[in-house]
Ligand binder design. Structure first.
Ligand code: CIZ
Ligand code: SF4
Length: 308
């Protein structure tokens, strides 16, 4: 009998589709994907693919980004309710109003925002290139940074640039408990703590390494060390463990014990293999954007991609 995996692969070939998956997806989805990456890598892949259909196994703003960078493709998402607390916490109308208080500022937005918010942006960034993006803006030019205040505070400290911040945050990266993390480190005193800059300042202060999703993956691979406590979404451990079967990786503990006593993004986990099969079979849900939104949102993404 054909498994769901077999059926997805057959359908994918028949329809000339490509499956792009984020590191925070369920393992079964990562294993069947043509490419697994972080948001920057996935937007690059989406912009260059020659497939007719992109199945984007990630959250909605990421699938929208794929549509913006390659608008002639049909972009499907297994579950269209896969939101993001950062993107959803920055409604375009409110953001427009907020920006009216800061005329003449350069607007930098983290890629975790809606297509409409991207249309109000001068340059997009991801956590892997945020410092480079900020360095590209003249020293005397004031900056608004949105929507992640934690990443914003980290960037202010790192770059020494004052920035006006929008008060958004990621519910997953804000879920880590400093107390439990310190306890865990006492039990594993040789562990390197590594953290994503969406985490709160007090977590970043105790980290040995702070970096983007791909930055953390590379750090674990390239560091001559074998024990790590990982403060980011727990799905990333799948790839890290595959790359480093001999190393020990412990997910950083969350404040509230949830299903895995660590931090999982419930939005990302809405996508399942079954929904992936159905969306490819029905060619729905499809990400659709108006042409003028695509054109306006593309500019700040292109500015970012041109810098790398
Ligand atoms: O959505 C996120 O939390 C991240 C870190 C995405 C990415 O891949 O940069
Ligand atoms: Fe959004 Fe946080 Fe989930 Fe990333 S982990 S998609 S920032 S809610």
């Amino acid at each position: 009998m054909k498994t769901l995996q077999d059926k997805i692969i057959a359908l994918k070939q028949k329809k000339n589709a490509v499956i792009l998956a984020h590191y925070y997806q369920h393992k079964a989805i990562q294993d069947i994907a043509d490419f697994v990456g972080d948001s920057l890598e996935l937007s690059r892949k989406a912009s260059t693919t020659d497939a007719d259909i992109i199945v984007f196994a990630g959250v909605y703003f990421m699938a929208e980004t794929a549509k913006i960078v390659n608008p002639t493709k049909k972009v499907l998402i297994p579950d269209e309710n896969a939101g993001c607390s950062l993107a959803d916490g920055c409604p375009p109308e409110d953001f427009k109003q907020f920006l009216s208080n800061y005329p003449n500022h350069t607007v930098v937005t983290y890629i975790n925002c809606s297509a409409e918010v991207k249309t109000l942006t001068d340059i997009v960034c991801t956590s892997s290139n945020a410092k480079k993006v900020i360095a590209s803006i003249p020293e005397d030019q004031p900056i608004v940074f949105a929507p992640d205040k934690n990443l914003g505070k980290y960037l202010i400290a790192e770059t020494g640039r004052e920035m006006v911040l929008w008060e958004g945050s990621c519910i997953v990266h804000e879920a880590f408990s400093l107390e439990k993390l310190i306890d865990l480190h006492k039990k594993n005193p040789t562990a390197h703590i590594i953290a994503h800059p969406e985490s709160e300042t007090h977590i970043l202060k105790v980290a040995n390494y702070i970096g983007s999703t791909s930055g953390m993956i590379n750090y674990v691979k390239n560091t001559d060390h074998d024990l790590f406590i990982v403060a980011t979404e727990a799905g990333i451990l799948h790839k890290m463990q595959q790359d480093n079967p001999q190393k020990t990786l412990i997910p950083a503990p969350a404040k509230e014990d949830n299903t895995c006593a660590c931090s999982e993004c419930a939005f990302m986990k809405l996508n399942t293999l079954e929904k992936l099969y159905n969306c490819l079979s029905d060619e729905s849900p499809e990400v659709k954007l108006e042409q003028d939104i695509i054109e306006k949102a593309l500019l700040p993404i292109q500015r970012m991609l041109a810098l790398n």
